[in-house]
Design a protein around this ligand. Sequence first.
Ligand SMILES: [Zn+2]
Length: 342
Amino acid sequence: MRDFIAGLPKAELHLHIEGTLRPEAVVRLGQRNGVDLPFDSASGVVRALADRPAGLEGFLDHHYLVGDTICTGEDFFEVTHELLETCRLNNIVYVELFFDPQAHTSRGIPFDAVVDGIQRGLEQGRADFAVDANLIMCINRERTVESALEMLDQARPHRDRIIGLGMDSYEEGNPPRKFVDVFARARQEGYRLTAHCDVDQTKSVQHIWECIDLLGVDRIDHGVNCIEDPALVAELVRRDICLTPCPVWRSTDPGPQDIDRIRTMYDLGLRITLNSDDPGEFDSGYLTDLMTGVQDPSGYSKADMTRLAINAFEGSWLDRVAKDRHIAAVLEYATSHGVAPT
Ligand SMILES: [Zn+2]
């Protein structure tokens, strides 16, 4: 099964560039840029990852700490290029990559330097590793609406290099409706739209409703709590909205997170994908390891794994021709391994 999963052509729709730093890279970038960190070795980073409090807040506090070691356009180039190399090793042939502009511009790094660095990394990575990618800028939802609108202004010269707008970070007290004007403007400007609805937040179900009804998103990131509301599930299926849950795990977790609820989503006919979120910050790592770890305890067959891979291309923002080309490659791979997709 592991070999089958490893060889499966994959797309990754929920991956944050700032969450890809390996412990060694955190130390290297931190020292290079003179960033004051509470750890001075890779093993120190690993320990901090294992010890951080469970839940979204504990995760985010660590995430921003290590993300702040990325300081220059050259850093962004290096991290992005390294990411695409790892994608190649995982047979990830397409990635829609999140980045958090406000987390960097608020530290004095120009928006242009961030995007230029990432784009150079994507172009070089495409040439070196044959991995295709598109960029999604995310609103940090704990920041102000004005700050999010300013981010859209800064993105204007890069409109053709950024495919979509997302929203992430501290969800408590920052419901989707806070950003209804920002999403309306982004849609007008031609961006595709997605938003995080993290797991087990206060009013998670209501937040998913707001995302589809008020923000008009094309996709939901996480969204696991939707199964609590049959009407919501029916609406997500009816609109064919793709959801991107992340069954990640840490060394201290008993197993992959939320796999029973994610399996329920799958069985309810929702278009779900499996995603690694922040592979540098979880032991689940990248898709081959993550999908292998999730498959057995979830009871997914090879046909199911094939269906999940197809969902990722179908739920992506590639054009129809590119989707069909990738899906044909997945089907050919499955058939050549004696698997009849469901
Ligand atoms: Zn995420």
